[in-house]
Design a protein around this ligand. Structure first.
Ligand code: PRX
Length: 654
């Protein structure tokens, strides 16, 4: 067998149809979806142009739909002008100015609501403050804040005056912040004295000060929100309190029309090299996709309370907190703190008290909460929830079933949404009133999105279950435009592999006989065992399906005979096994994986650990684990690890 074939051996047969009552009330019904697919297939550009005309209030209508003269740097709606903030706020004021836009809950328990009219006034005041501080269209503004309404206000205020924001996750270190400030050449930093997380104060201002001592000469002003009210140093002439900056500013501010392609934001994401990439998004294309998918995928109706638990530091917090649901006129929930503070019932308590109807979170959170048992979720009234979503990594079928049964009470559809920082919005997903879901599959591409799976030569892999590269064959409006300051890297990373013919997502996937997509993991997470390429995610999923396994990470390491072998790190329910117990369990797990997936997928080595190393966003640091499994030196930055001592355990030294 040659390496063209990425084999998929995970077989999941269960399928779940949405309830008839859900379908009846849904925005998109089965016939609608078929019509949309046909329309998009018949005229790809026309399909998007029609949605853009209807879904966006243009200050100057566009006449060019897609400019591909610089492909793969595509541009959409190129001669149109609009303002994103106007499309998220002002457009609602007549019909629903008093409707709640944001319900906020701080970790200490403080609550605040903002109507669309109030939110618009706050955004205008802050936009005026930005202008007063010398910020104009095109300037870069870094936002390094806790998950509070002012984070969204700051983003929307930038959009209102055409400034380009770049949100840096509040859990990132001073070093990470500095790198992003320098790369973006930012003129202003917006931060807070601190934020609340897990009962502790996150010292944002302190970290910002450290970052700014070190080569961030472009920063002229730092605006500081008072959130936690502990003492922080303020630098004369550079730092200004948020409340002072907005003091006396009018609560109206004319939105500045910008070109459709004007950058709305940069968002840094890690790639295969150490240096983070500034993914650059446009204004019109991004807004269009954010709004449309919020309505289609989350079926947002006027009385919904939508809670996407992502922090605004990630793309999910951009598209499905700060932009999409607001453009759709929805009510959103924002929560500042940790899901397990003061206990693992916090999410469920918020759902009960705020009567959340649509709940969107990440598999890592689902697994963490599942691990705490059913008692907590069962002790809250979750009957308001009607739709559940998942994003960020493949959701293993066991976690999916738990989500379905214990949280969704078997009546809520689950939308497993595949997308990336680079895609801007959801690309492959079930539609909740239509799709018969299968646990672990993100099902099908949305209308207007042409996804495919190709082999090493770029040919479509058409035999069901054979894996390959996940690619997007046609440009779509919300696609990233470039990597800030490094267009070569944009082309190299996403296009060059197949001579710029299609966008390469960097994931491997396979398609089953129903045309459903199954994400197998990142391309660099593919293991080649005796010529069989296996997705590490599949082996992980099999391990996690064992009743005593809580979490697993699978990496490859070189093997004399097989080429590569599978090495697994496993977190067990209860105490970490040692001695004879460890050996017996290792065998049991190996046999288990053999049973689930076939002998080829049996891990050669298993190491038990109390925990897995993760990034702050909850992603397992597989590259680090790979280095450990191979006995290589760790070159990666481990400063974001919550518990560095875990490294010795993973190496088998403690
Ligand atoms: O590997 C895929 C995985 O997350 C990657 C994108 O990560 P990021 O840019 O941080 O964006 C995460 C939030 C959109 C993808 O290349 N991924 C994301 N969603 C899914 C997923 N893998 C499987 N299933 C998903 N639903």
């Amino acid at each position: 067998m040659n390496e063209k074939n990425i084999e998929s051996i995970l077989k999941e047969q269960r399928s779940f149809l949405p309830a008839a009552s859900f379908t009846k009330a849904a925005r998109i019904k089965p016939d609608d979806l078929e019509t949309l697919y046909k329309e998009a297939e018949a005229d790809h550009k026309g399909f998007w142009a029609e949605r853009a005309r209807r879904g966006i209030q243009w200050d100057k209508p566009f006449s060019t739909v897609l400019d591909d003269s610089n492909a793969p740097n595509y541009a959409w709606f190129t001669d149109g002008e609009l303002n994103v903030s106007k499309n998220c706020l002002d457009v609602h004021l007549d019909a629903r100015g008093d409707k709640t836009a944001i319900i906020f809950e701080g970790e200490p328990g403080d609550r605040r609501t903002l109507s669309y009219a109030e939110l618009t006034a706050e955004v205008c005041k802050f936009a005026n403050a930005l202008t007063a501080q010398g910020i104009t269209a095109g300037d870069r503004v870094i936002i390094y804040m806790p998950m509070v309404p002012e984070a969204v206000i700051a983003m929307q205020a930038c959009a209102r005056i055409g400034a380009v924001h770049s949100v840096v996750f509040g859990g990132f270190s001073a070093n990470a912040l500095r790198d992003r400030i320098v790369d973006a050449g930012a003129k202003m930093l917006i931060t807070a004295d601190g934020g609340n997380r897990g009962g502790q104060i996150v010292e944002l201002k302190q970290a910002a000060d450290t970052a700014l001592t070190n080569g961030c000469d472009t920063i002229e002003t730092v605006i500081v929100l008072r959130r936690t009210a502990q003492d922080v140093a303020m630098h004369e002439g550079r730092d200004i309190w948020w409340h002072d900056a907005v003091d006396g500013q009018p609560d109206t501010c004319e939105p500045v029309p910008v070109n459709a392609e004007h950058p709305l934001f940069l968002l840094y994401t890690s790639g295969s090299t150490g240096k983070p990439k500034g993914v650059q998004h446009s204004s019109a294309g991004y807004l269009l996709h954010a709004r449309l998918t919020s309505k289609w995928v989350f079926d947002l109706q006027d009385d919904d309370i939508f809670w996407c638990t992502a922090d605004v530091g990630w793309v999910t917090g951009h598209t499905y907190v700060a932009y999409g649901p607001l453009a759709a006129g929805a009510t959103i929930v924002m929560y500042e703190g940790a899901p397990v503070f003061p206990d693992g019932g916090r999410f469920w308590k918020i759902c009960q008290e705020l009567k959340v109807t649509v709940f969107y979170t990440a598999p890592t959170a689902i697994r963490a909460l599942m691990k705490l048992g059913d008692e907590l979720p069962l002790s809250y009234d979750l009957s308001s929830i009607r739709l559940l979503g998942s994003v960020g990594e493949p959701i293993n079928p066991e976690a999916w079933i738990w989500y379905h049964e214990v949280i969704g009470k078997e009546r809520c559809p689950i939308v497993d949404t595949w997308w990336q920082t680079e895609t801007g919005g959801i690309m492959l997903t079930p539609l909740p009133g239509v799709t018969a879901t299968k646990p672990g599959s993100c099902t099908r591409p949305l209308p207007g999105i042409v996804a495919d799976i190709v082999d090493e030569e770029g040919n479509t892999v058409d035999s069901p279950d054979a894996g390959g590269y996940l690619v997007i064959r046609k440009p779509w409006p919300a696609m990233l435009r470039t990597i800030w300051g490094d267009n070569d890297r944009y082309i190299e990373t996403y296009w060059e592999k197949f001579q710029n013919r299609f966008y390469v997502a960097g994931d491997s996937a396979h398609c089953d006989a129903d045309g459903f997509f199954w994400i197998m993991g990142r391309i660099d997470d593919v293991v080649n065992v005796s010529g069989h390429r296996l997705g590490t995610m599949e082996v992980e999923s099999a391990l996690v399906a064992h009743k005593r396994v809580v979490e697993a990470a699978v990496v490859s390491r070189p093997h004399e005979i097989k080429g590569e072998s599978i090495f697994a790190y496993v977190v067990f329910r209860g105490d970490r096994p040692v001695g004879d117990d460890e050996e017996a369990l290792e065998k049991e797990l190996r046999d288990w994986v053999g049973e689930q997936l076939g002998a080829i997928a049996k891990p050669d080595g298993i190491r038990f650990a109390d925990n897995l190393p993760k990034t702050r966003s909850g992603k397992i640091m597989r590259r680090l684990l790979r280095a450990i499994a191979r006995g290589e030196e760790i070159t990666q930055d481990t400063s974001t690890l919550e518990n560095e001592a875990i490294l010795d355990q993973l190496r088998g030294k403690s």
